[in-house]
Design a protein around this ligand. Sequence first.
Ligand SMILES: Cc1cc2nc3c(=O)[nH]c(=O)nc-3n(C[C@H](O)[C@H](O)[C@H](O)COP(=O)(O)OP(=O)(O)OC[C@H]3O[C@@H](n4cnc5c(N)ncnc54)[C@H](O)[C@@H]3O)c2cc1C
Length: 414
Amino acid sequence: MFQFVMTPEQIKLRDEVRGFAKSIPREYILDMDANKIKYPREYLQEAGRRNLIGLRVPKEYGGRGLQWEDDIIALEEICVNGYMFGCTYGVTGDVVPEALVHFGTEEQKKKYLPAICSAEKFAAECLTEPRGGSDFFGSTTYAAKDGDDFILNGQKRFIVGGEGADYFLVYAKSNPDGGPTNSMTCFMVEREMGVKTEYLYGLMGCRGGGTARVVFDNVRVPKENVIGEVNGAFPIFYQMMIPERFGTAAMTIGAARPALEIATDYSTKRKAFGKTINKFQGVSFKIADAVTKLDSCRSLMYMTARAVDSNAGDALCRRLVSEGKKFVTEQCWDAVNLCMQVMGGIGYTDIYPVEKILRDLRLSMIWVGSNEIMSLITQHEWYGERKRELKNNTKRNSEVDSVSAFDEDEKIYE
Ligand SMILES: Cc1cc2nc3c(=O)[nH]c(=O)nc-3n(C[C@H](O)[C@H](O)[C@H](O)COP(=O)(O)OP(=O)(O)OC[C@H]3O[C@@H](n4cnc5c(N)ncnc54)[C@H](O)[C@@H]3O)c2cc1C
């Protein structure tokens, strides 16, 4: 994030998180990548000790009561250690608390939020199932009513933090005959209620974050653990798009940044044809492009944070968050590829971490809703916006600013 748009408190926060990220030993990062660490419990506990988990959670529940404009600064810094640090940190501290803060009862907030913010307990979010993630409302995890309780049966797949989590925010079908707006219920399920997890995926990158299969085999969940209304998960799902997708975008910038720093430094030391390679425009222009990509991502993040923090409208925020997630993750992916190219063959080896950054970062275009789903939402909200604009009729009609604009015979639509 650009320092000149930051308040003194935000600069302090950035430096604080930067200091925390710097304190993580390299062995810890390597052990996660080697799957020797299955879930970064100690890392999250240290973040909790420093009161860095749940930055946007209100202070009375253990957070810092900050806004998105602050949170995105922290998320960028956190992810410099590796994408999975941001994923686990974001899921337990940003994503699951969002549901509790916006839809939880007072009892639920008091019970779960302080434990999550202090990292006494860890949380995971369970949407995706073996049968699919994009078609979320087609869920086949069922919650059947049994007296005052619900009995959950089904499986969730690829759940970040699943291996280490104590709490699982689970979406399940509770009204099989309903449509998207009235068929699903959101639950806070505790591991002790009988949740089973299996750490079994051979991931390309993003290892060590506890990504697991989560199994519900007749798990009894009391009605006190329903978040929001029974059959009312729809508005929660919509709200959660913000921390899932906006948070992911902010994190991705941080994950890409070290590649740019490493490639920049390398290009000023590595020589070819008698000069350092940064003297070739074919190289330095790649660095320029990577810088431009990351800066344009930050600009979009900052504007979107302002939109969300100031409640600029649900539809607009949904569009900005969705287009931002797609744009930022693709720009960051391109930027890291440019950096790898600058490094030549050595960039493809594990002598430098650029190959790990590339492996890790690929996830960003797939998870929390694939980038195709981001386009689906962006176009949907944009067409709606344009329809409202036409109805309001306050803008110039640019369509008639052409010589033959009124040649109706040529304006054929059917
Ligand atoms: C490492 C990792 C961590 C993850 N962490 C979590 C987590 O913590 N919690 C969680 O719930 N999930 C998690 N996921 C799951 C992730 O969010 C899903 O993989 C993702 O949403 C896509 O779902 P899918 O894999 O079932 O693909 P599918 O839904 O089967 O989609 C396959 C392809 O079809 C495309 N597609 C589908 N529908 C459309 C459409 N209407 N228009 C255009 N294209 C479409 C998709 O974009 C994709 O390219 C994680 C995944 C991974 C790999």
